[in-house]
Ligand binder design. Structure first.
Ligand SMILES: [Zn+2]
Length: 165
């Protein structure tokens, strides 16, 4: 795997810690939760526990994000039923992304640093793009030219059409 920038890069010291951390979207004192406020793109699929959304701007069509239907922060906060459904559901979404073809591997990311509403990202690493293995894929995604929103939406809708329910 390789960074999407040429050497030499230089390391720098981390900035001092900010404690307490600033509130995230959907957290007390932060901006409103975009999922609960409905300011996200429309979901391409949903059931009682989760909804699947297309990305807003993205260089890798087939990327989707999954959010819980309930406003909870992290895995430990999910209802028992949603928690039990998560693994099998992510497996379905992974399969639907792989079924689009030309995917080397589907990456699953959970950061949660921006919004306090439980969500994970699934991102397809293009088949053969070994530079983007592992943690390099989100960096490559950021620097590659964006696909059109229509293309990303169509890919997400295709993924949604392959899900049960
Ligand atoms: Zn929310």
């Amino acid at each position: 795997m390789k960074l999407p920038w040429l050497e030499p890069l230089t390391t720098r010291e981390p900035t001092p810690a900010v404690v307490p951390e600033p509130p995230r979207r959907g957290e007390e004192g932060g901006a409103p939760c975009s999922v609960c406020a409905g300011t996200t793109p429309d979901a391409v699929w949903s059931d009682d526990h989760f909804a699947v959304y297309p990305p807003r701007t993205c260089s890798l069509p087939g990327t989707v994000w999954i959010a819980s239907r309930e406003h909870v922060d992290s895995f430990v906060d999910l209802s028992p039923a949603a928690s039990a459904a998560f693994g099998p559901f992510v497996a379905q979404v992974e399969g639907a992304i792989l079924a689009r073809g030309d995917v080397g591997r589907v990456h699953l990311y959970r950061w949660g640093d921006g919004g306090a509403h439980f969500h994970v990202w699934l991102m397809p690493r293009p088949l053969g793009m070994l530079d983007a293995q592992g943690m390099m894929l989100p960096l490559w995604e950021d620097v590659l030219p964006n696909a059109t929103d229509e293309e990303c939406l169509a890919a997400a809708q295709e993924i949604g059409s392959r899900l049960e329910g």
